[in-house]
Design a binder for this molecule. Structure first.
Ligand code: ZN
Ligand code: MN
Length: 258
């Protein structure tokens, strides 16, 4: 027999089937993007981080992690630098909604009744909610009305005290934390071989006018691609963030899934 795994796709079908058919085992679906993250990190940061948070939570609560969504909705200039930047490879909103709706319905068909979307890319947020709404509506038409879905973004579990401790009064806001201290510290703690801090470019937090223009004005995005500086990132900060977010996610899932 193959060894057991928290990753659903690493199981044989009989092992998977036994785990999910009675609806008790939650499925956690990481959802990210392929998006530039400055000169010091690779394009799949938004996939790696939620996948690892999902894996940690799955081990704690006895859940399974689904294969992640590796493409996401288009990068917005004020939260990801913009979709015009090289490397950033995105789905149309309708495509993302349709694919996610299909996957949710498939897991429900297998018997899964507890699903969590673990988001790692801010721009996915409303499309995830739309996919959940459509999937639950179609499942109800099929007389399946006992599916519960939790949706979360890992950074929302960083509390005020942790922000005060890590940023020393210089917290730029989550929208500008693209390729900055949060993601870089987490990557340093988890995947140090994928970070080159010596290539990180020190930038002032980006400033945008209170409106958007399309086509985007590329000059609004700092040339480095990050919206704040990663220079103050560290392994230690990454470990604190890992701990705080993991605990928060586990607690939320215990509350909602029992
Ligand atoms: Zn990111
Ligand atoms: Mn992103």
């Amino acid at each position: 027999m193959l060894p057991t795994s928290s990753f659903a796709a690493e199981l044989t079908w009989p092992v998977y089937h036994a785990a999910v058919r009675d609806g008790t085992t939650p499925i956690l679906i990481p959802i990210g993007s392929m998006e530039q993250h400055g000169h010091h990190m690779p394009l799949h940061v938004d996939v790696l981080l939620p996948t690892e948070f999902a894996r940690r939570a799955a081990k704690e609560i006895g859940a399974l992690v689904a294969p992640p969504f590796t493409y996401g909705y288009k990068s917005h200039q004020k939260s990801g630098g913009g979709n015009h930047l090289p490397g950033t490879t995105s789905l149309d909103g309708a495509t993302l909604v349709a694919a996610l709706r299909d996957v949710i319905k498939e897991f429900a068909r297998h018997g899964v009744r507890k699903i969590c979307l673990v988001n790692g890319h801010f721009e996915n947020s409303w499309f995830i909610i739309e996919a959940i709404d459509l999937a639950l509506r179609e499942l109800r038409w099929g007389r399946i009305d006992d599916v519960k879905i939790v949706v979360l973004s890992y950074w929302d579990f960083v509390d005020k005290d942790t922000i005060a401790k890590l940023y020393d009064g210089n917290f730029p806001g989550w929208d500008l934390e693209h390729g900055g201290v949060l993601e870089t510290s987490l990557m340093l703690a988890l995947y140090p071989d994928l970070v080159s801090l010596s290539d990180a470019i020190d930038v002032e937090p980006a400033e945008f006018p209170p409106y958007d223009v399309y086509p985007v004005k590329p000059e609004w995005t700092p040339p480095s691609g990050t919206l704040s500086s990663p220079k103050e990132a560290s392994v230690g900060k990454g470990q604190i963030l890992l701990d705080v977010c993991s605990k928060g996610i586990v607690s939320a899932l215990r509350t909602e899934f029992g």
